[in-house]
Each structure stands twice: as structure tokens, then as C-alpha cells.
Design a protein around this ligand. Structure first.
Ligand SMILES: *Cc1c(COP(=O)(O)O)cnc(C)c1O
Length: 429
């Protein structure tokens, strides 16, 4: 009996499903989740000492790979000076300055401890600023687990087949309007009927929680225009894309001006940090300057701030993003070539340091396109790749991530493994 099986059995007794976040449980692919003990660079080791090339990257934060020395050192130094203060410290200001420098639309920042808190705060702020209650989100879009966003949600909610969660009061869900990503007419229709009640549109600028779907040309600009026409705010949820698709996030890559931006994942460099940011006149509505209440015991934690600062510092290296993108391209084109060799219907998407894998033909643009991708084939591929020592996100509805620590050798090993996996899939078909 493997240590992993023992660990999972033990965990299931005292942790719901043996995990603390649902997709980790491997229900999207079957089998048991890997219990990880160690990570270094592009690799993780499970408790049976098996090594894997990691494309999960802690679900997004680890753009520098596991345990990057500069970040570890910054964290150690910060920890030795005190784990928490609950009072202002200069690291908070320094990280906020970095965020404002990377994303010029952001003049002021409020730090929180998760992406969920960031989107929850952004929505409250948008409602207060507009005096309206309704919010438009997209089917398959995931914004953490505030009640308002658990309507046709992506990520774990989609993987587990419960995109609309029980426990969300109907009176709350009634304020959430759902549109179709990359289909501007669906948003136009909502604005036409209920424009006077819509406080905000919230969107993942690159959809990353229903696999990975880039925005269609003009889609984000269209949202900006609709929001302006109807006096609604545009919230770009860049929890995943911020610092991932470009240093300035998707807003820099696509040239889109959001009213509010939500951040998480990379901004904490692996420690729990989230943020909401925007123009001063909007942000000043938050307590203590304004009446919109928001607070957090752990917000701006000095150790977490130090991890974020050290991570962001590394991203300003000349050529960082072109190098990252190059690796992603070699991975995705290599995977497509391997699939083609074995006549497996397969396509990929890629933006900056993130990618998507689809067991169907290109192009992928809408939620409906994503849903036509074969889940059983993904599950089989995932299992084969795991056996080969390649750790992909355990769901057909999650984006994959490449880090700066992934070397050419890692990509080559992954492609060799994929070639064997596609061959097996093809024989099984
Ligand atoms: C991960 C994610 C969230 C939620 O962040 P948590 O830190 O898990 O609460 C919100 N929005 C997007 C786009 C995400 O990818």
C-alpha cells in the first residue's frame, strides 16, 4: 500500500473529501490526489518520492517555479522580523507601489488575503459607487466563492457539476445576470433590458477557469463601451491573468481600461495575498476614507507582502515574458504535433504563461466550444501523463501554467511523454 493512499485515507476522516479546496480531490479525473511533500523549480515530489514536472504551479501563483531562492530568502528575512503586526508596515506600501507601476489604471490598492475577498470587495464597491445591485458575469467564469458569483461558475464548481451552488439565497442570485463569454450580443441584451440596474460587469479577461479561452478580438473593448454607455463599472478579474499574461496583466496586453481590477495568485508569490485596485476616487469609498466597509486581520501581512515583492521584482527582468511565452508555445505546438501524429483530435490555446488543452478541434471561443471537448479523453490523458511523471491540472476545465523555472529539458520530456500518451489514446479509440 502506497504512503499516498494511507495519507488520503487518513485525511478523508478529518478533512471534507480529504482536501481544503475541491478540485484538488481529483474527482475531475478519477483516482486519488497526489500528496506533495516538496517542490523545487519546475518539479514536485509526492510522498512516495516520485518526481513530476509540474504544470499546476499551485494553481497560478508560482510563475517563478517552486521555492525560488530570492523569494524564500525574502520570506525568511521577513518572518524573522515578525510574523504579523496588524499595523501598517512599509512592505505594504512598497507592494502597492509596484502594483500601481505595473498597472497604470490602478492608483490605490486594498490588500486582502485571497482572490475571493478581492472580487467580493470589488463588487461591494461597484454597487456602492453606482447605487445599483445587479452584476453581469459570464457562464464558466470563476471569481472565487462569494455568493453573487456562484451562479453558472467555472473552476471546481464546473468540474464537480454544481456550477450554481445550493446555499446561495435566491434573492442574492437574482442580482447575478449571466452572459456568454466572447458573445457580445448576450451582454448587449442584458444591458438593453436591465441596464439601469447593472452596477458592474465582471470578467476574466482571458477565461482561465473553463480551461483557457482567450478573448475574441474586440470583445473586451465592447464590454468597456457597453459599461460606459450604461454607467456601469467594468471589473477585470485578473486574479489569474495579472502578472501571468504580461507584467501589466491582460489590461496591458489588450489595452483595456478597467474601473476596478482584482488580483491574487502571483501577487502573493505563493503566500495568501489578494488585492483590489482602481482610481483613487473609486477606492476612496472604502473604509476608513469612505463608508464602504472592508477589513481583514491578515490583510497586508508582512511575510506575505515580502513574497509578493520578491516575486514581482523578478518579473521586471528584461525578456522575462517573451521567454515564458516561448516555452508555452513550444509546449503547446509540440503537443498538437504529437496528437496529430497519432490522429487524436486535439487543440490548444495559449496566452503569456498560461495554456489550455482541448480534446476537440480548434477554434475554441465560447463556453459551448469548451463543453464539446471530450472529458473522458482528457481524463485518460491526464492519467497517462501522471504515470509518465507529468502533473497536469486534474480537470478538463482548468488552465495550465508554465513557470520561468521550466527548462527546455522539461518541455522535451513532457512532449516525449505526451507522444506515448497520445499513442495509447489512439490505440484505445
Ligand atoms: C483563483 C481565482 C479567484 C479566486 O481566488 P482565491 O484566492 O482562490 O479565492 C478569483 N478569480 C479568478 C479569475 C481566479 O482564477
Amino acid at each position: 500500500m502506497s504512503r499516498n493512499h494511507e495519507a488520503f485515507t487518513r485525511a478523508q476522516k478529518v478533512l471534507v473529501g480529504g482536501v481544503n479546496s475541491p478540485v484538488r480531490a481529483f474527482k475531475g479525473v478519477g483516482g486519488e490526489p497526489l500528496f506533495l511533500r516538496r517542490g523545487l523549480g519546475a518539479h514536485v515530489w509526492d510522498i512516495d518520492e516520485r518526481r513530476y514536472i509540474d504544470y499546476v504551479g499551485a494553481w497560478g501563483p508560482l510563475i517563478l517555479g517552486h521555492a525560488p531562492p530570492a523569494v524564500v530568502k525574502a520570506v525568511q528575512d521577513a518572518a524573522a522580523s515578525g510574523l504579523a503586526f496588524g499595523a501598517p508596515s512599509e512592505a505594504e506600501t512598497a507592494l502597492a507601489e509596484q502594483v500601481c507601476a505595473c498597472m497604470p489604471q490602478i492608483e490605490q490598492v486594498r490588500f486582502v488575503s485571497s482572490g475571493t475577498e478581492a472580487t467580493m470587495t470589488a463588487l461591494r464597491l461597484a454597487r456602492a459607487a453606482t447605487g445599483r445591485d445587479k452584476v453581469v458575469k459570464f457562464e464558466g467564469g470563476y471569481h472565487g466563492h462569494p455568493d453573487a458569483f456562484l451562479v453558472k461558475a467555472g473552476s471546481g464548481a464546473l468540474t464537480l457539476g454544481v456550477p450554481t451552488s445550493p446555499g446561495v439565497p435566491a434573492s442574492v442570485a437574482a442580482h447575478t445576470l449571466v452572459a456568454s463569454y466572447n458573445e457580445p450580443a448576450s451582454v448587449e441584451g442584458l444591458f438593453r433590458e436591465q441596464g439601469a440596474d447593472i452596477a458592474a460587469v465582471i470578467v476574466e479577461p482571458v477565461a482561465g477557469n473553463m480551461n483557457c479561452v482567450p478573448p475574441a478580438p474586440g470583445f473586451l473593448a465592447h464590454l468597456r463601451r457597453l459599461c460606459d454607455e450604461h454607467g456601469a463599472l467594468l471589473i477585470l478579474d485578473e486574479v489569474m491573468t495579472g502578472f501571468r499574461v504580461a507584467r501589466g496583466g491582460a489590461q496591458a496586453l489588450y489595452g483595456i481600461r478597467p474601473d476596478l481590477t482584482t488580483l491574487g495568485k502571483i501577487i502573493g508569490g505563493g503566500l495568501p495575498v489578494g488585492a483590489v485596485g482602481g482610481p483613487r476616487k473609486l477606492m476612496q469609498r472604502l473604509s476608513p476614507e469612505g463608508p464602504v466597509f472592508q477589513a481583514g486581520t491578515n490583510s497586508g501581512n508582512p511575510v506575505a507582502m515580502s513574497a509578493g515583492l520578491a516575486t514581482l521584482a523578478a518579473l521586471s527582468t528584461e525578456g522575462f515574458y517573451p521567454a515564458l511565452e516561448g516555452k508555452v508555445r513550444r509546449l503547446t505546438t509540440g503537443l498538437e504535433e504529437a496528437a496529430r501524429r497519432h490522429r487524436v483530435l486535439f487543440s490548444t490555446t495559449a496566452v503569456g504563461g498560461m495554456f489550455g488543452l482541448f480534446f476537440r478541434a480548434a477554434p475554441i471561443s465560447t463556453y459551448a466550444d469548451v463543453m464539446q471537448s471530450s472529458v473522458p479523453q482528457f481524463q485518460a490523458f491526464h492519467r497517462l501523463m501522471l504515470d509518465e511523471g507529468v502533473y497536469l491540472a486534474p480537470s478538463a476545465f482548468e488552465a495550465g501554467f508554465v513557470s520561468a523555472a521550466h527548462g527546455e529539458e522539461d518541455i522535451a520530456q513532457t512532449l516525449a511523454a505526451a507522444d506515448r500518451a497520445f499513442a495509447r489514446l489512439s490505440r484505445a479509440a
